[in-house]
Ligand binder design. Structure first.
Ligand code: CP
Ligand code: NVA
Length: 340
């Protein structure tokens, strides 16, 4: 979906422009593509404000209610959404959807038309991206992707926010993602494209990124000047970069492939040798949960270069910004500053 600037969709009300004139608004965050370049910049800007002046926003979403349906386990995403919503004055209901798919008992449309009469925002963690897309199509309230098999937009936004904090500008840095061409890789790729940064993605043959995501990232990159490279050699990918990122070799739902993947991905482990290829100031990144001894060694996880807990902390600040943008927070914000 093309990003929308201050436009009205049927049933979804653009409330932000009234309280923060001119800032980006979009109805849902199903994909990073919904935000586009302007939306990603707005999230990063707001996250910085949320993190540096939390008390200003303490009642920004007072009276708003969020419901979360998760088909897969979560530590960080669930708790950072819940803590973030509470710190904006809103409330949360969590539904453990791990025993059956969300649409197993009734249609997404019927669920959507119930939820929109009770709450203000729906946060979904699902297997199928189509479940989130479908909910967004039917619901007149915002829908946020909290991870699907295809994308993990909130994660990558927090990761690029972490890189802004560390390096200031995103234009001149390169991130190397080493491992499976999965949901996290897709969202890093799209976010990188939106901010006009540089990314190298190294995956084994047969585990590369989704072709539609790649095509869309390249299209965005043509507008922003982002540089995107795909490789199979993890050492070539890591050479001289500012950040080395990896994720699980077998994602949630792929546990039955774990043994086979462990063999295929062995040379993609992020260890001291691979980190030595990167720039001396390079950071190590991981969305977590990590499988220590598999995709990354303890030595790298616990090294001075590791920013894994900064990433985890920033999930909350970024998701507060997303909730604020989608729900129209009632705070007049200070002037914006450029990030990229
Ligand atoms: N990174 C992340 O999404 O963590 P959880 O699976 O614990 O939510
Ligand atoms: N790729 C991982 C990310 C976990 C946050 C998974 O989908 O399981």
């Amino acid at each position: 979906m093309e990003p929308k600037l201050n436009t009205q969709l049927p049933g979804k009300t653009p409330v932000v422009p009234e309280t923060f004139p001119g800032i980006f608004w979009c109805p849902d965050l199903v994909s990073t593509r919904d935000l586009g370049s302007q939306g990603v910049e707005a999230v990063l800007h707001l996250a910085e404000l949320m993190k540096s002046r939390p008390s200003v926003f303490a009642r920004a979403l007072a009276g708003k209610q969020m419901v979360m349906f998760f088909e897969k386990p979560s530590l960080r995403t669930r708790l950072t959404f819940e803590a973030g919503m509470a710190s904006l004055g809103g409330t949360t209901m969590f539904v453990d959807q791990s025993k059956s798919r969300l649409d197993a008992r009734e249609t997404l449309s019927d669920i959507a038309h119930n939820l929109e009469r009770w709450v203000d925002v729906i946060v979904l963690r699902t297997f199928a991206q189509e479940t989130i897309t479908g909910m967004a199509q039917h619901a007149s309230i915002p829908v946020i992707n909290a991870l699907s098999d295809l994308e993990h937009p909130c994660q990558a936004l927090a990761d690029y926010f972490t890189l802004v904090e560390r390096f200031g500008s995103l234009k001149d840095i390169t991130l190397a993602y080493v491992g499976d061409g999965n949901n996290v890789a897709h969202s890093l790729l799209l976010t990188c494209a939106c901010v006009g940064s540089s990314i190298r993605i190294a995956t084994p043959k047969g585990y590369s990124c989704n072709v539609q995501i790649v095509a869309d990232a390249r299209k965005i990159a043509r507008q922003t000047g982002a540089r995107i490279e795909f490789l199979t050699d993890p050492h070539a990918a890591a050479a001289g970069v500012d950040a080395v990122y990896t994720d699980a070799w077998a994602s949630m739902g792929q546990e039955h492939e774990a043994a086979e993947r462990a063999e295929i991905f062995q040379s993609y482990q992020v260890n001291r040798n691979l980190m030595a290829e990167a720039a001396p100031h390079a950071v190590f990144m991981h969305c977590l949960p990590a499988h220590r001894g598999e995709e990354v060694t303890d030595e790298v996880m616990d090294s001075e270069q590791s920013v894994i807990f900064e990433q985890a902390e920033n999930r909350m600040h970024v998701q507060k910004a997303i909730l604020y943008l989608l729900l129209g927070g009632a705070v007049r914000l200070p002037a914006r500053s450029a990030h990229a």
